[in-house]
Design a protein around this ligand. Sequence first.
Ligand code: SAH
Ligand code: SF4
Length: 338
Amino acid sequence: MKNLRDFTYPELSREVEALGERPYRAAQLYGWVFHRDAIGIDSMTDISFALRERLKPEYCIKGVDILHVKESEDGARKFLSALDDGSKMESVLIPEQDRLTLCVSSQAGCALGCLFCMTGASGFTRNLKLSEMAGQVFAARGLLKDGERITNIVLMGMGEPLNNYDNVIRFLSVLTDGKGLGFSHNKVTVSTAGVVPGIKKLGYDTNANLAVSLNATTDEVRSRIMPVNKRYPIAELLSALKEYPLKNKKYITIEYVLIKGINDAAEDARRLVKLLRGVTCKINLIPFNPFTGAAFKRPDAEAVNAFHKIVYDAGYTVIVRASKGADIQAACGQLRGL
Ligand code: SAH
Ligand code: SF4
C-alpha cells in the first residue's frame, strides 16, 4: 500500500498521470493530503467516487501513531511515535514568547555518535520517510492547545538531516509549499553536524535556514567529541559555510554546545571569533544538557557569561540558548527514542 503522504507534488503528478487521470487531480489530491489534512481516501469529498474506489486498493493516507506524550513544567511537550517497522522517533513542541517551534526528527537514531548527545549514544536505526517527517507535523497539531499554532519548524530532533538528504529535501519542498504544509522558508531551519557535501548542495536545493553545530574550535577537540570532524575537518566546514549561497538578510546559525573543561575556555571563545570571520552568522551558545551516563558537565554560569562576553564584544550576534524540556529529557541532545 502506498501512503499518499510519501509523494511530493511532482511525484504525485506522475502517479496520477500513470493512472490515466487528468493533471488537476494531482493538485486536488496533494491539497487534500498536505493542506487539508485528509485522514482517509473517503474524506476527500470532491474527488469522484469512481476515482476514490480506484485509489483504495493501492493507496492510503497514514499518519504516525503517538505512543506517549510528556509535558515539561516549562510547557515543552515531547512525543514518541511508533513507525510501521517498530522503530521509534521523538519530536518536541517548544513554546516561547512569540512562537511555537516544532523540533522534528529526520532519522530514527543517529550514526554520527557525538559524545555529548544521547541520540548519538543510542545508535542508528534508519532514515525517516517523507510521510514520517510530515507525520510529525500532523501529530503535533493534534497536541495543540486552544489558540496555539506551530510557527517554526527545526530539523533538530533525532538524526543528521544531511545524511537523509533526498528525503529531507522532499520534506522541505512540501513543508514550504503554500499548497502543501505552507510554512515560510524563513521559519524553517535545518541543523547539521557539518556534513560538508550536503552543505555544498543544500543552499541550491532549498531556501530554508541553515544551522551548523560547530561545538569546538580545534580539530583535536572537535574530532574527539564529534567523530564526523575526522571526515570533514573545521577548515573544510568553514570554507563550505563561507561559500554558502545566502539570500537577502539571511545568516547561518552557528550552534556551540558549551561543555565544562572541554570547549568553554576564554581561549576557545577567542578562537571562535577568529574562525567565524567571513561567515555571515548568528551564534547560539547552548550550555550542555546532562543525561544519565554522560561523561560531561555543564559549565557554571560565570564561564558561560565570560564566553558570551568575548564573542559579543567581538561584534557578533550571540545568545545563550536555554534548552526547554530538560525535566522530561526533551532538551537538545536528550532524545533517545525510548
Ligand atoms: N544532527 C544535527 C541535528 C540534531 S542535534 C546536529 O547535530 O546539528 C541538535 C543540536 O543539539 C545540535 O546543535 C547539538 O550540538 C545539540 N546537542 C546535542 N547534544 C546536546 C546536549 N547534551 N546538550 C546541549 N545541546 C546538545
Ligand atoms: Fe547526531 Fe546531531 Fe546528536 Fe551528533 S548532535 S549524534 S549529529 S543528532
